[in-house]
Every structure is written in structure tokens, then in C-alpha cells.
Design a binder for this molecule. Structure first.
Ligand SMILES: C[S@@+](CC[C@H](N)C(=O)[O-])C[C@H]1O[C@@H](n2cnc3c(N)ncnc32)[C@H](O)[C@@H]1O
Length: 187
């Protein structure tokens, strides 16, 4: 069976992330991706995870009890990556799930400007062979605008430096999520 966007995002991470890597979860939410990444990077790697909601930090902290040493949970927007993560720190992979916190406040959503700011900061730090993945949920108010801006941003990336994949079930009803994977080919 073809993988869902969510399962495929984990597959794409698994292919490039290994023991000792530094990675970013740009939208921590309930911590599912943070946990997945913490297992991939092993005891010598590190996951930096971001969210603007206290609830997200609490939910994620409960899931990560066994991985405290290899994770930093920031109660801060991903637009602060530029200041929080050293420009000399190579990032092997990063993931975004754009939209609102499942079972949370549907008014608190990711926004195009801050999402693009975070993407720029991540691409500056992305190692050659590394991947930045976005799973875009856009069925909510504001989602369509963010989806289009993120798509344009990724379409404009130079093909000499990046390969960009777009994965979506195009015959599904109700705004099926879009997965974008940006892979860095060269510096
Ligand atoms: C679709 S959810 C993420 C789901 C998460 N990956 C999981 O495993 O549960 C989107 C999350 O992005 C968060 N968010 C919104 N604006 C943000 C920002 N500027 N920086 C970081 N996170 C943000 C929301 O609070 C929400 O928790």
C-alpha cells in the first residue's frame, strides 16, 4: 500500500537520520515527530523542538521521559531558529506539520511569514544530503494561503542546490495533506 503523508514523512526521515545527528521538529504539537526523531538520533544526537503552546510542551514532555538528555523543547516559535540554533550547527533533517494542534485550539495555526522565516533558517543550516520535510494541512481558515506560499517558496528553490518532492493523494476528498521534501544536493 502507498504510505500516508505522515508515514511517508517518517520514512523520508529514517533514510537520512542516524546516530549522533542534530535535527529539528519545527512544530512539536503532541510530540509524535519529536519522539520519532529522538529514537533515530540515539544517545549522542539531539532534537531541538519548537511550539508556541504550553500544552504542546507538556504533552511532548510526557512522551519523552526516556529521552530528556537528547531533546530540547523550546516554548518559542520556529521563527526563532535563527537565534536559537547556531549557524555553525549542521542540521541533518527538520520536519514541520503545518496547521493546528490536534484536539487543541483550532485558532492557533502556523502562519506563512513565520513558517517561511523558519524554512530559511533551516535551509542555511541543512547538511548536504539532509532533508527538510513539510506536511501541510490546509483545510482550516488561513490554511490555503499558507499552503500556496509554502509551495511557491519551495518551487523557487534553485535546482542546482535542492531537489524538491511533492507527494499527495490527488483523488482524495477533504483537502488531503501535501508532503514536501526538500533535499540539499550541494552547498
Ligand atoms: C499540526 S500541529 C503539529 C503536530 C505534531 N507534529 C504532532 O506530532 O502532534 C501544528 C503545531 O504548530 C504549532 N505552531 C503554530 N505556530 C507555530 C510557530 N510559529 N512555531 C512553532 N510551532 C507553531 C501549533 O501550536 C501546533 O501545535
Amino acid at each position: 500500500m502507498l504510505l500516508t503523508a505522515l508515514r511517508f514523512s517518517h520514512q523520508l526521515l529514517k533514510e537520512v537520520v542516524t546516530n549522533g545527528d542534530h535535527v529539528i521538529d519545527a512544530t512539536m504539537g503532541n510530540g509524535n515527530d519529536t519522539l520519532f526523531l529522538a529514537e533515530l538520533v540515539g544517545p549522542t544526537g539531539h532534537v531541538s523542538a519548537f511550539d508556541i503552546q504550553e500544552q504542546a510542551i507538556q504533552n511532548t514532555r510526557e512522551k519523552l521521559a526516556d529521552y530528556v538528555d537528547r531533546t530540547t523543547l523550546y516554548l518559542a516559535g520556529h521563527e526563532t531558529i535563527e537565534e536559537k540554533i547556531s549557524a555553525r550547527q549542521p542540521i541533518r533533517a527538520a520536519i514541520f506539520n503545518l496547521g493546528y494542534l490536534p484536539k487543541g485550539d483550532k485558532q492557533i495555526i502556523t502562519l506563512p511569514e513565520t513558517t517561511k522565516q523558519a524554512m530559511r533558517a533551516i535551509l542555511k543550516r541543512l547538511a548536504v544530503g539532509g532533508r527538510m520535510i513539510l506536511v501541510i494541512y490546509y483545510g482550516h481558515i488561513g490554511g490555503e494561503v499558507e499552503k500556496n506560499e509554502v509551495l511557491h517558496f519551495c518551487q523557487d528553490l534553485p535546482q542546482e542546490t535542492y531537489s524538491v518532492l511533492n507527494y499527495q493523494f490527488i483523488n482524495q476528498k477533504n483537502n488531503p495533506p501535501i508532503l514536501l521534501c526538500v533535499e540539499k544536493k550541494s552547498d
